[in-house]
Write a protein that binds this ligand. Structure first.
Ligand code: ATP
Ligand code: MG
Length: 255
């Protein structure tokens, strides 16, 4: 494994409750990649991210993170989950949510000055510093997503995994959110799961399609085979929304 491979997955099989969810997944993500993963509901996208984080135990296969095991190196990964549940009646503040991302790094009972500095830096990065003392439950969906990105970034990860981060936010917020990701992608590796195929094709550097098996070619081509493979991928969006450079011309779809 060379130093530039930050995620390497070989022959990965995962089943949940006895049902195969991921089959023979092979994927190498290089430092600085911005990988978009598309695929139908239930295709296994969240399960793949959770496997990379070590939250799901594979049936077989190997995953390495920055050349080491998941157990050893999962702390190099920041994660924005698909569903983050906050009890609205529990008044935890934005700043404390972000600080929670430092828990794995904290030594002793208290946060250090560095923990607080990092928290401030990350809130600034996502432009949420002014809301730092607000209860998280009072934020809009879009604001909350930004806080979750700050929480994912606060431990200085080299990889950021995001699972449908813009599913519940409006188009204006989506645009600024993707601009944030584009900025972040200059200094880190990003894996973004999204159904927003227009955004994916605009911002990412490589695209994969997951429907139990993974179609991936380490470039930005979204091939007909990938769409057919993940046949539930939103083909009408691909036809209308995707920039021409991503698709070759083929029957039935404007290229
Ligand atoms: N804890 C679980 N136990 C049993 N089956 C599960 C569990 N979690 C997920 N599954 C199943 O595994 C399959 C893949 O789920 P997963 O959440 O990874 O899909 P996804 O691609 O993220 O879907 P979506 O686009 O809806 O988020 C689905 O069929 C789902 O029902
Ligand atoms: Mg999912």
């Amino acid at each position: 494994m060379t130093a530039e491979e930050v995620i390497r997955i070989k022959n990965l099989y995962v089943s949940l409750a006895g049902t195969p969810v991921l089959e023979d997944i092979n994927l190498t993500v290089y430092q600085g990649d911005f990988l978009g993963i598309i695929g139908p509901n239930g295709g296994g996208k969240s399960t793949l991210l959770r496997s990379i984080l070590g939250l799901v135990k594979p049936d077989k296969g190997e995953i390495s993170i920055a050349g080491g095991s998941v157990e050893k190196n999962h702390t190099l990964i920041g994660y924005v989950p698909q569903y983050a549940v906050f009890d609205r009646s529990f008044p935890i503040k934005v700043r404390d949510v972000v600080l929670m991302g430092r828990l794995a790094k904290r030594r002793g009972r208290f946060y250090s000055r560095q923990d607080y500095e990092q928290m401030e830096r990350c809130l600034e990065l996502v432009e949420m510093q002014e809301l730092r003392n607000r209860p998280i439950g009072d934020l809009s969906g879009g604001e909350r997503q930004r806080v979750l990105v700050a929480r994912a970034l606060v431990a200085d990860p080299i990889i950021l995994l995001l699972d449908e981060p813009t599913a519940s936010v409006d188009s204006h917020f989506q645009a600024t959110f993707y601009e944030l990701l584009e900025r972040l992608s200059k200094t880190m590796t990003i894996v973004l799961v999204s159904h927003d195929i227009t955004a994916i094709s605009t911002y990412v550097s490589t695209i994969a399609c997951l429907n139990r098996t993974l179609h991936y070619q380490h470039n930005k081509e979204l091939t007909v085979e990938m769409i057919e493979h993940g046949y539930n991928c939103p083909v009408e969006l691909i036809a209308h929304g995707i920039p021409h450079r991503v698709l070759h011309a083929h029957d039935g779809v404007v290229g």
